[in-house]
Design a protein around this ligand. Structure first.
Ligand code: 26Y
Length: 823
């Protein structure tokens, strides 16, 4: 479809205003006069939803008739953020809605800010799913997302007076969710526990007893940009099965029956707040099974309407597993085919292994899911039987290929021996999938050479590939940085870059155009001013927009090394304190911005937050510092907070220990908005630096290939901290001397760095400081800085999720665009 700039028509505006008013008086049953912003937002959202549903219906009707092969993206997290602004932009109706709501007496920006984020995710993995479904719709690919409708999303982060993170619930559905449609008629029974009876002389079994509940569908329409195609995100909520089982109501069992119904509702009550840290809780496995079983029942019901044989399923259905969280769906498909559809075991396995593909997001051992076998067997007894059968066949094949290699069989087994035994979900995911991919070049290489090496040797290189992550330029440029988007559109003379992001490379020569640089810098400064206003009004912190804004915005985790950043800030502070007034004039002004949540049980991560907050209190109020340094920890990081931070950043801080960050995606968002990369040679940083040119980025630190040797030396042959890094020793001394409150508090954070420094903080600190000095030097030359900023932004064309999704479609899914025909 041709893109054209939105034409705001008087009649359209009136029609939109009428539809908003109609929702006010009918759906909301309120008076159009005396309306508050909340109700005006809701009515506006409902009006937009009407538009979405029209397109959603057309898409669904067309695809039902046309029956293309479809991709189903299974993700236990969907970090969608807000929908209103995104929807009106994708529908090319933003100005119309802005004008219409203005006519009704409202400021559109204020209405946008009434919306609560849909925060059904922790971090990168959940936001990736959100970007991917946006691209699937935009590329007209027939695809649906499947996930869980948690009553409570990621917790709200509060910061106490002492700098500690407190967690409050996020009851995001309390005000009703105008973006979903409850499909009470689309529901499936889900069984837990119970017993299994084998049917003699078959592979079949009957699984019965235990408890049952229902999974009920809620649909969220996801509009593509500049296309009619609208994808569907189907989220499941658990409900009790009630009213038909008379047995549970006799013999005075009333209270017990009500109790079990609240158990059912508990399953999808809350998102687990762990990111890259496995916990092994039964309720989490219940969530996974409910989600996977309901999604598969739904997909198979749709497939059965086509009246084809089961063998043809892989020609119509491909399921992409976002990490191992949905791995149980491999076994569930086997169970349904074998036990319910009476498909022979070998046929079922052949079908199943053509349907699933698996994306890995981490090599960190603590993030790999492995379920204690007794827990698994109790909850899903039939699935464990099938896993034993899958494992037996698999290990037989391994033994044939590698006779006598018992160690290899032990390493590769889906079952980990020990007391207790464990079910290794990554092994099951690989064995049951036709393709496994990592999320950036280095990460995919590391997967193949380390944790999945045996599987590469067994299945062959072709079963493993890379698809580098991407982000949607609609939300992460058009929506969050409208002025930069306009500058790009004006200079290129069209909006096509929004769906062909590579085209922004045509603007690279503008780096040498002084007038363009001035315009580009002016936009950055306006975005910084907007952020500064928020910081002043919300946090009472005054920042200087002429300072360099460094941004590290991501989950708190030791491997991400917010420590390096805050220790660098402390050193800068000590240096300012030591300097004479004359010397102080030579400092480059810095504003160090942090945001991110820590898992509630992750003690060290929470301690890092505490240190950042307490450093900020001292630094920001020290008259010696003046404007030279500000430290800001922004509480309750979210997608909508990111939309304010990302366009205002000068430096993108991406400083994970090499080999630990699978990809990173905030590096892409920040780069696309012109922030220079200050990063380690890790994840997608490597590909970003390659594309923007290493001369335009600040890379530092040990390389992935050297990390093991340094780690080994740190723990077996430790040298004193002062030898590894005198600067870091000075920083630790200052902390221990109570410069930022009681230094003892931070001992659990500092001690591991003294002792064995697993994440190489001390080993990388020196080169980190050297990189910072280069940042400072460049900042003094604003014209040069702006050149590099422009080059960075316009070299990011490969990091659009459209390119990622096209890669998946071509090299894994084998699916084609199927646009809804015009009228
Ligand atoms: C099993 C459970 C504890 C678990 C829950 C959440 C395990 C992992 C996660 C989330 C992982 C995650 O967000 N990983 C990130 O995925 C991004 C998208 O691919 C990457 O950019 C990022 O490097 C990676 O850490």
């Amino acid at each position: 479809t041709a893109l054209k700039a939105e034409h705001v028509d008087k009649e359209d505006t009136q029609a939109v205003a009428n539809s908003v008013v109609r929702h006010v008086t009918t759906t909301l049953a309120r008076q159009a006069a005396n309306l508050d912003d909340i109700a005006a937002y809701q009515a506006t959202a409902l009006s937009v939803k009407d538009q979405l549903l029209k397109r959603w219906n057309e898409t669904t009707t067309y695809h039902t008739k046309h029956a293309p092969k479809r991709v189903y993206y299974f993700s236990i997290e969907w970090l969608m953020g807000r929908s209103l602004d995104n929807a009106v932009l994708n529908l090319d109706m933003r100005n119309t809605y802005e004008t219409a709501t203005q006519k009704l007496g409202f400021n559109f920006e204020d209405l946008l800010n009434e919306e609560r984020d849909a925060a059904l995710g922790n971090g990168g993995l959940g936001r990736l799913a959100a970007c991917y479904i946006d691209s699937m719709a935009t590329l007209n690919l027939p695809g649906w997302g499947y996930g869980l409708r948690y009553s409570y999303g990621i917790f709200k982060q509060l910061i106490s007076n002492t700098g500690e993170q407190l967690e409050a619930p996020d009851p995001w559905l309390d005000r009703e969710n105008p973006w979903e449609i409850a499909r009470i008629d689309v529901s499936y029974p889900i069984r837990f526990y119970g017993r299994v009876e084998s049917i003699p002389n078959t592979s079949r079994a009957i699984w019965s007893g235990g408890t049952e509940c229902l999974a009920v569908a809620y649909d969220v329409p996801v509009p593509g940009f500049a296309t009619k195609n609208t994808a569907n995100l189907r989220l499941w909520a658990s409900r009790p099965i009630q009213g038909f089982d008379l047995n549970s109501f006799n013999a005075g069992n009333y209270e017990a029956s009500v109790q079990s119904s609240s158990d059912a509702e508990n399953i999808t009550r809350v998102l687990y707040p762990n990111d890259n840290m496995y916990a092994g809780k039964e309720l989490r496995l219940k969530q996974q099974y409910l989600w996977c079983s309901a999604s598969l029942q739904d997909i198979l019901r749709r497939y059965q309407k086509l009246d084809l044989s089961w063998e043809q399923l892989p020609d119509y259905v491909v399921i992409q597993m976002n990490d191992t969280h949905p791995t149980i769906s491999i076994v569930e498909l086997m169970r349904i085919l074998i036990d319910e559809e009476e498909v022979p075991y070998d046929v079922a396995w052949k079908i199943t292994t053509k349907v699933f593909a698996y994306t890995n997001h981490t090599v960190l051992p603590e993030a790999l899911e492995k379920w204690p076998l007794p827990l698994f067997e109790n909850l899903l007894p039939r699935h464990l039987q099938l896993i034993y059968q899958i494992n037996l066949n698999f290990l037989n094949d391994v033994a044939k290929r590698f006779p006598g290699d018992m160690d290899r069989i032990r390493r590769m087994s889906i079952i980990e021996e020990g007391t207790p035994k464990f079910v290794r979900m990554a092994h099951l995911a690989i064995v049951g999938s036709f393709k496994v991919n990592g999320v950036a070049e280095l990460h995919s290489q590391l997967l193949q050479s380390t944790i999945f090496r045996d599987f590469v040797e067994f299945k062959g290189r072709d079963s493993f590939t890379n698809v580098t992550n991407g982000i949607t330029p609609r939300r992460w440029l058009l929506q969050c940085n409208p002025r930069l988007a306009q500058l790009i559109t004006d200079t290129l003379g069209s909006e096509h870059w929004l769906v062909h992001l590579k085209q922004i490379a045509q603007l690279l020569p503008m780096a040498d155009n002084a007038q363009f640089r001035a315009a580009f810098r002016e936009i950055k400064n306006e975005n910084k001013t907007r952020l500064a206003e928020v910081l002043a009004s919300e946090l009472n912190i005054q920042v200087d927009i002429d300072s360099v804004f460094t941004c590290q915005i991501k989950r708190l985790h030791e491997y991400k090394r917010q420590t390096l950043n805050i220790f660098g800030v402390i050193l800068r502070y000590l240096q300012i304190k030591k300097a004479t007034p004359e010397e102080r004039k030579k400092f480059v002004k810095h504003t160090a911005i942090f945001a991110g949540k820590a898992a509630p049980g992750y003690y060290i991560a929470k301690l890092v937050i505490r240190l950042i907050v307490n450093v900020s209190k001292i630094v920001n109020n020290d008259p010696d510092v003046g404007h030279l340094l500000r430290v800001v920890f922004i509480p309750d990081y979210s997608v909508s907070v990111a939309e304010v931070l990302v366009p205002a950043a000068d430096v993108s801080v991406q400083i994970s220990t090499a080999g630990t960050e699978a990809s990173g995606t905030s590096n892409m968002k920040l780069g696309l908005n012109g922030a220079l990369l200050l990063g380690t040679v890790d994840g997608a940083n490597i590909e970003i630096a390659e594309d923007v040119g290493e001369e335009n980025a600040f890379l530092f630190g040990h390389l992935a290939a050297d990390v093991d040797a340094v780690r080994y030396a740190n723990s077996y042959n430790p040298t004193p901290l002062a030898e590894r890094s005198p600067e870091l020793a000075e920083v630790f001394k200052a902390i221990e001397a109570n410069t930022f409150g009681d230094g003892h508090i931070y001992e659990p954070l500092l001690k591991p760095i003294y002792d064995n420094d697993y994440y190489l903080v001390s080993n990388d600190f020196g080169s980190y400081l050297a990189a910072e000095r280069l940042v400072d030097e460049l900042w003094r030359d604003q014209e040069e800085w702006t050149k590099k900023s422009i080059r960075t932004a316009f070299s990011m064309g490969d990091f659009t999720s459209d390119r990622s999704i096209q890669d998946y479609a071509d090299s894994i899914w084998s699916i084609e665009p199927d646009p809804v025909p015009e009228n």
